[in-house]
Design a protein around this ligand. Structure first.
Ligand SMILES: *Cc1c(COP(=O)(O)O)cnc(C)c1O
Length: 433
């Protein structure tokens, strides 16, 4: 088992160590929740102040042109595109992940229906453990368009979903909707393999990249994916409520144009000529038609700073290098927890094999674990609890040191050995967990 000194040695030889300096981190705190809300980049506060005081305060409405506000959804989209294997001009930033899912899933279903006039494909397939907002959006949309949401039990690398699609059983599936990294267990799908299985079955795939964009290399074009959406405030460090992004393969944009299929939220900013103020809806070319209303300029400015923190890793090896560090951090955490916390009932729910997991590690606990997480937070180690029984720890390779992993486990050992988590104050549930 590695010692604390071994961890410090790993930090001294870590070529990515300096990236941490990009963040304004509270001293003495170990933040294992960058997968839920990324930390604050140092550049963000000054940038927001400039946008507010200069661009808004002095430039006023002129700044839509002079400060390039109107181009922000595409510019920040291009920066995110580099992280997820999309070409320039293919990604837009807009709205929330939930809203973007509504838009792309609606289009995916219309495209399938267009080539399946007898409506033999009636199923939207997803995983029971998928993030609830994805399931809720799909449930309503499927019913509205005459489809039915069917859920299989999730597994890493395709598993149940790929099985359901195999042979004649895939003949009724219209769209497979998956989150690449499971938010609770951290299990990672092989995007290329699952997409291949779905296409072989005649289905389209919508990928949610909420826990993969900025955490590991994603290659949408290489995997021949169909649609993707993702979150701005997790590994992209865009700040609370940051706008989300979306991507649609150009072949589907071409099919949309050919078949006059529109995204359902046909607002003016996605119109071909918003400032002609004409009554009829005509979608803009390309991915821009997926915009809806006026861009959230302040939030986009913060998201741009967040994405810059990942761009800064490019000269140091970019996402492949960050992924290697993330794997080393999560492997170390698993090893230390299992060797030091034995007998306390923690059970690893994240896949043990590194290629099958994202950048987080989750343990289940027979009591649920909520109180253990609260006791850890009081000791300055912030992770989170996901109902019903998961303690979840995110490892952002941009900011975390190996010694942080060691120190976090040390606190966990003390919380478990003292039994302090049994104190009633740790059992009161806050609104947000
Ligand atoms: C975080 C997350 C979301 C968040 O959706 P919002 O619209 O931003 O609230 C959606 N899907 C998944 C899989 C997530 O992990």
């Amino acid at each position: 088992m590695p010692s604390r000194a071994d961890c410090q040695a790993l930090d001294r030889s870590d070529p990515l160590a300096a990236l941490r300096e990009q963040f304004d981190l509270p001293p003495g705190l170990i933040y294992l929740d960058g997968n839920s809300l990324g930390p604050l980049p140092r550049a963000t506060a000054a940038r927001l102040q400039a946008v507010v005081q200069q661009e808004w305060g002095r430039g006023l409405i002129r700044s839509w042109n002079t400060a390039g506000w109107i181009d922000q959804p595409r510019r920040v989209g291009d920066a995110i595109g580099r992280l997820v294997g999309a070409a320039p001009g293919e990604v837009m930033v807009a709205d929330s992940t939930s809203v973007n899912l509504h838009k792309v899933l609606s289009v995916a279903l219309r495209l399938v229906r267009g080539r399946d006039p007898q409506a033999l494909r009636r199923v939207v397939l997803s995983e029971r453990g998928n993030f609830p907002t994805d399931l809720y959006i799909a449930e309503t949309l499927a019913a509205e368009q005459g489809f039915a949401l069917e859920l299989v039990d999730g597994d890493a690398i395709g598993g149940a979903a790929a099985e359901r699609l195999a042979g004649t059983r895939g003949a009724d599936v219209a769209v497979l909707m998956l989150t690449q990294v499971d938010y609770r267990s951290g299990a990672l799908h092989d995007m290329a393999a699952v997409t291949r299985a779905a296409h072989a079955a005649g289905a389209l795939v919508v990928w949610d990249l909420a826990h993969s964009a900025g955490a590991l290399p994603v290659d949408l074009r290489g995997a021949d994916a169909d649609f993707a959406i993702g979150c701005g405030y997790k590994y992209l460090n865009g700040g609370p409520g940051a706008p989300a992004f979306l991507w649609v393969h150009p072949r589907h944009l071409a099919a949309m144009a050919q078949q006059a299929i529109h995204q359902p939220l046909s607002g003016w900013i996605g119109h071909a000529a918003p400032f002609e103020f004409t009554p009829g809806y005509r979608p803009a070319d390309g991915i821009a038609q997926f915009l809806c209303g006026t861009p959230a300029v302040l939030s986009l400015a913060a998201l741009a700073c967040g994405v810059d923190t990942l761009a800064a890793a490019e000269p140091l090896g970019g996402l492949p290098a960050l992924r290697a560090k993330s794997v080393a951090l999560t492997s170390l955490f698993i090893e230390l927890v299992e060797s030091r916390c034995g007998g306390h009932g923690l059970r690893l729910v994240t896949p043990r094999e590194a290629p099958r997991r994202g950048s987080q590690v989750s343990f289940a606990h027979p009591t649920g674990g909520y109180a253990i997480v609260q006791a850890l937070i009081e000791r300055g180690v912030i992770g989170d609890f996901r109902a019903p029984d998961v303690l979840r720890f995110g490892f952002t390779p941009l900011t975390l040191r190996f010694v942080d992993v060691w120190d976090a486990v040390e606190q966990l050992v003390q919380v478990l050995e003292t039994g302090e988590w049994r104190d009633p104050r740790f059992h009161r549930r806050a609104t947000v967990t």
